[in-house]
Design a protein around this ligand. Structure first.
Ligand code: HEM
Length: 211
């Protein structure tokens, strides 16, 4: 996951694409896990792709709401993914959705990858975890009309009109919990990104968010 990897100095990956600048964090943990597993096995044996898939499952289990913990979401991860030997930053720059997109643009962006509106809403639920930098939501908290005014004011406290571009705010009120707060929050017009609130703003995905 190091970039560029020592063994593949020509790879310029999605990790470096514009929408992911300063955004995709924590890769050093993947590097450390790989080093440990490979050391115990005596040769490079585990792929970064398998580590990411297992870590994603385990962090969802660790972060799930204590109420849901009784029988909450876990799943079997099939192993054996191989790491890609190529990558395209240009394609990542072109196809990754932007946080400033409205609903038609988001629907179209996902459609181009074979994903439907239900997929769009369900996958955006990934924003139940984590944070976003001020520059990604500044326009919304100063100019949007489909926003809870108290929420907007609170967010402005740490995201000024100018400066503070990298200041972080949680994507939902419980950024370390895998719960329903992200969707409940959208119904209250407290989505952080334009692309979050677009999913519940009088359009065709409203019912998917609220049910
Ligand atoms: C619908 C289109 C999407 C857009 C426009 C979008 C946009 C963003 C943006 C702008 C951030 C903040 C990045 C930063 O501050 O640098 C973010 C963070 C995040 N996104 Fe998305 N995202 C989308 C879909 C997804 C999906 C499908 C998932 C996973 C299923 C996901 C998972 C996350 C997570 C976990 C974070 C927090 C990262 C952290 O705190 O380190 N996002 N997203």
């Amino acid at each position: 996951m190091k970039n560029p990897p020592k063994t593949r100095p020509t790879i310029d990956s999605e990790k470096n694409s514009r929408p992911n600048q300063n955004s995709a964090r924590g890769f050093e943990v993947i590097d450390e896990i790989k080093a440990e597993v490979d050391k115990i096995c005596g040769r490079p044996v585990v792929s970064c792709a398998d580590i990411v898939a297992v870590a994603a499952r385990d962090s969802v289990v660790a972060a799930r709401d204590s109420v849901v913990a009784l029988g909450g979401p876990s799943w079997k991860v099939l192993l054996g993914r191989r790491d890609s030997t190529t990558a395209s930053r240009t394609q990542a720059d072109t196809y990754l959705p932007a946080p400033f997109m409205d609903l038609p643009a988001l629907i179209n962006n996902f459609k181009n990858q074979g994903l439907n509106e239900r997929d769009l809403v369900a996958l955006s639920g990934g924003h139940t975890i984590g944070f976003a930098q001020c520059f990604t939501f500044r326009n919304r908290i100063y100019n949007a009309t489909n926003i809870d005014p108290v929420f907007a004011e609170n967010r402005r406290a740490t995201c000024p009109r100018t400066g503070g571009d990298t200041n972080l705010a949680p994507l939902d009120p419980t950024p370390a919990r895998f719960d329903n707060a992200y969707f409940n929050n959208l119904v209250k017009q407290r989505g952080l990104l334009i692309s979050d609130q677009a999913l519940f703003s009088g359009g065709s995905t409203d019912d998917l968010v609220s049910t």
